[in-house]
Design a protein around this ligand. Structure first.
Ligand SMILES: [Zn+2]
Length: 153
């Protein structure tokens, strides 16, 4: 099991710039029920997102969901071992880009766990390699190429 360098941010530290283009608060749990707990954010996740931003031509990346605490993850019906709960995963949108292209660029900058939805992609930095699509019938794991080519309605 790899170790991940995690930094922790308290709620009042949301304005802290954690990299050139991201603030800590963008990764805070957006559950309305969140307790005043610190948020874990993996340094490597942010580094890769910066690479992705550059690769996309310096287009802003919107973080739909970063850290999720356990109750929030349950409410969202997230996986029991969701990487959002350890600060290693994010659901993101690159403005004006199709999710196929987002997934391709994510791969290019080194992400090896990528989920593609109709309007966003999930990326995380944990060690195994997996690609999947979020379909109406549920999450379906497939090869990278199948994931890229799968049309999501
Ligand atoms: Zn996700």
């Amino acid at each position: 099991m790899r170790a991940y360098l995690i930094k922790w941010y308290w709620p009042e530290e949301g304005g802290i710039q954690i990299s050139e283009h991201f603030k800590a608060g963008e990764f805070f749990c957006n559950s309305p029920l969140k307790p005043p707990e610190p948020t874990p954010i993996a340094v490597e996740l942010i580094e890769r997102l910066e690479l992705l931003r550059t690769e996309a031509g310096n287009v802003a990346i919107k973080v739909n969901s970063g850290y999720r605490n356990s109750p929030h993850n349950k409410a969202e019906k997230g996986a029991n071992n969701s990487k959002h709960m350890i600060g290693c995963g994010a659901d993101i949108v690159v403005a004006g880009m199709r999710t196929e292209k987002m997934a391709e660029l994510a791969y290019k900058v080194g992400f090896r766990r990528i989920g593609k939805a109709k309007t966003f992609i999930h990326v995380d930095i944990t060690e195994d390699e997996a690609y999947w699509c979020y379909l109406k019938t549920g999450t379906k794991t497939m090869s990278f190429t199948e994931m890229i080519n799968k049309v999501i309605v």
